[in-house]
Design a protein around this ligand. Structure first.
Ligand code: F6R
Length: 240
């Protein structure tokens, strides 16, 4: 694992955005795995800026990690909405090659199978971007999940429901389930970048980087991957 500790959130965003830019320059048809949540917002700000300055996204394909079950794409807390707002509507990605699991698919098991197949047909993920939950989750692979898992429907843990309540009017509105890429799906990416900022992530980052590899802290599985970069600010690195 390559661990990069920088001063603050702006620098975290810059490091990660540069990695994505380099990936796209080296291989314009890259398959990118994308995350949502607070952590990558600064990265998307910069990607929009790079696009304005000429970075070309037109040949790339993207796959998002997850989506809430039951939220329509136009729901303001859905990850479809988030991606449209923060990236897809602002750069020249081909809408036919931006994929997010459909949380309202009538047959969710079929949707999960379809999603895995799409990733495989695209040639697999070249670069997966990950945030990390305060409980060590990646995607919505919660503590106790199976390291052999593929895209599937998962139940969100109590701590994730609490953490994500900030994106909804009340905690009760947070969907109890999500469709998430599995750990095995993520681990098949050629390169992985995990970003984290803030003291509330310090314990999870310590577990991911230094702790035992255990399904109780899903991000610890990244220690078994040959090409992982962890980019954290001083606060998130506070327990390393
Ligand atoms: C988001 C995702 C989650 C988040 C994690 C951290 O697509 O899969 O694993 O990365 O919950 O969220 P933030 O960045 O909001 O702290």
């Amino acid at each position: 694992m390559n661990v990069i500790v920088v001063n603050n959130y702006a620098r975290v965003s810059e490091e990660v955005a540069k990695i994505i830019r380099n990936q796209l320059k080296a291989k314009p048809s890259s398959v990118l795995g994308l995350a949502t949540g607070s952590s990558p917002l600064g990265v998307y700000d910069l990607l929009r800026e790079y696009y304005q300055k000429g970075l070309d996204f037109s040949c790339a394909t993207t796959f998002n990690l997850d989506e809430y079950v039951g939220l329509e794409p136009d729901h303001p807390a859905s990850y479809h909405y988030y991606m449209q707002k923060n990236l897809f509507s602002k750069v020249n990605l081909n809408p036919e090659r931006t994929f997010i699991p459909k949380g309202t698919a009538p047959d969710l098991a079929e949707e999960c199978r379809r999603y895995e197949e799409l990733i495989q047909r695209a040639g697999g993920l070249d670069l997966q971007i990950l945030g990390i939950g305060t409980n060590g989750h990646i995607g919505f692979n919660e503590p106790g999940c199976n390291f052999g898992s593929r895209t599937r429907v998962v139940s969100l843990s109590a701590s994730t429901l609490r953490d994500n309540a900030r994106f909804f009017a009340t905690e009760k509105e947070v969907p109890a389930q999500a469709v998430s890429m599995g750990i095995k799906t993520i681990m098949h990416a050629k390169n992985i970048v995990l970003l984290a900022n803030g003291g509330c992530k310090a314990e999870a980052v310590r577990g991911a980087v230094r702790g035992p590899v255990t399904e109780n802290l899903p991000a610890s599985v990244l220690q078994l991957h040959p090409a992982v970069t962890v980019v954290v600010d001083q606060a998130a690195a506070g327990k390393l």
